[in-house]
Design a protein around this ligand. Structure first.
Ligand code: FMN
Length: 158
């Protein structure tokens, strides 16, 4: 619908754990009325399209204590358009095999320059999300969608 607000969930995933987490976050978002959700691999996101969304969830699997390269590339593209994403709600998520919190910290540091409205805590999940992780992801997805729903304008320009 024309007045719906749109959220982009984008992620990097090699073996499916982070993709699964993205899908559960999307399910949480869809509980909120008036919210549309697009779920896309980061390499398929066009930066000029990305800035038209009202909120974001961005996630990566851990790769040598950091985020995957395609996510870093996306942040670099968004940085060049930062006045169009500044102030918008953002949830970050990672998976890993024990050091997922380090990857989450790397995401937070990079995202901070975009001046987002961070939806915290971000999600750092070990491997494939289990039942407790899924419950948490549903809740955080809904929390992000609520924040987007409450935004007055289509986007806030800092
Ligand atoms: C090249 C490579 C580097 C990795 N580096 C880390 C790491 O530094 N810390 C960690 O906890 N897990 C690391 N992992 C494990 C993955 O992040 C983890 O299995 C993750 O849940 C996989 O997510 P995916 O199924 O979405 O690809 C690494 C995996 C690969 C393939």
């Amino acid at each position: 619908m024309a007045n719906n607000k749109k959220i982009l969930i984008t992620y990097a995933s090699g073996t499916g754990s982070t993709e699964k987490l993205a899908q559960v976050i999307a399910e949480g978002m869809r509980k909120v009325k008036g919210i549309e959700v697009d779920v896309k691999r980061a390499r398929n996101v066009k930066p000029d399209d990305a800035v038209s969304f009202n909120g974001y969830a961005i996630g990566s699997h851990s790769a040598t204590e950091y985020m995957e390269g395609e996510i870093k590339n996306l942040f670099e593209e968004l940085y060049q358009r930062k006045e169009k994403v500044s102030g918008k709600p953002l949830l970050l998520f990672t998976t890993g095999q024990g050091r997922q919190a380090a990857a989450l910290a790397s995401l937070e540091k990079l995202a901070d320059v975009l001046n987002p409205q961070f939806i915290k805590p971000g999600l750092a999940v070990k491997g494939m999300p289990g039942e407790a992780d899924k419950a948490n992801a549903l809740e955080m997805g809904e929390k992000l969608a609520d924040a987007v729903h409450k935004l007055k304008s289509n986007y806030i320009v800092a």
